[in-house]
Design a protein around this ligand. Structure first.
Ligand SMILES: CC(C)(COP(=O)(O)OP(=O)(O)OC[C@H]1O[C@@H](n2cnc3c(N)ncnc32)[C@H](O)[C@@H]1OP(=O)(O)O)[C@@H](O)C(=O)NCCC(=O)NCCS
Length: 183
């Protein structure tokens, strides 16, 4: 578990990165809704969770007693042979800018590397500068552009990629869900 500070109240928060379970999906869908992501919805996350051994689905759980919701963010990724594809990552607006997105992504990359991933790829809206900064900070670079890839609103996607062999090991000291404590 790692400590951070609530931007809203200044309270100390402990965050742990955990595997997502079925019980988390209502909150995950609520975060998806406020994050303007392409909507997967409960069924799609549930199917992903049930049917795939090669998925990495994580949540960031906080311990603030003052909040009814316990999940501050989540990430969903899948391994196709030695290629990791990051599908969705989102953090509740009030918890952004405190390193949670980076912790979720870095934990996913660490786990994918352990499972033999050689590269990681994702698409991101061309106008989503915050997400692009997060990905760049974790080692992704832009390798292509997909014209009009997104709908509602229509927008190009940037294709971003990283090669695990080029990546120096970085982590943020969050306790991981796979038994390791990053250091
Ligand atoms: C993209 C997203 C997941 C980033 O999450 P986040 O938790 O805010 O990400 P981080 O906190 O790790 O990084 C954001 C900023 O906080 C800063 N930061 C990191 N750790 C910090 C800490 N401990 N204290 C203060 N600031 C910190 C980072 O330097 C970064 O700043 P920068 O963007 O100016 O470089 C979030 O903005 C989001 O949910 N967006 C909507 C959904 C979305 O677009 N998802 C991506 C497409 S699928």
């Amino acid at each position: 578990m790692a400590a951070t500070e609530s931007a809203a109240t200044g309270e100390q928060i402990n965050i742990s990165i955990e595997r997502m379970t079925e019980h988390d999906l209502v909150e995950v869908c609520a975060i998806e809704e406020v994050s303007e992501l392409s909507a997967w919805g409960w069924d799609a996350y549930h199917n992903e969770m049930q049917s795939r051994l090669d998925t990495i689905m994580l949540i960031a759980r906080h311990d603030l007693k003052s909040q009814q919701d316990q999940i501050a963010g989540f990430i969903v990724a899948r391994l196709y042979a030695d290629e990791l594809h990051v599908n969705n990552v989102a953090v509740r607006p009030e918890f952004r800018g405190q390193g949670l997105g980076s912790a979720l992504l870095q934990t996913t990359l660490d786990e994918a590397r352990k499972r033999g991933a050689k590269i990681a790829q994702l698409e991101v809206r061309a106008g989503n500068a915050e997400a692009q900064r997060l990905y760049a900070r974790c080692g992704f670079t832009v390798v292509g552009r997909r014209k009009n890839y997104y709908r509602d609103p229509t927008e190009d996607a940037l294709l971003m990629s990283l090669s695990f062999s080029d990546l120096a090991h970085k982590s943020q000291g969050f306790r991981g869900p796979f038994g390791q404590t990053s250091s």
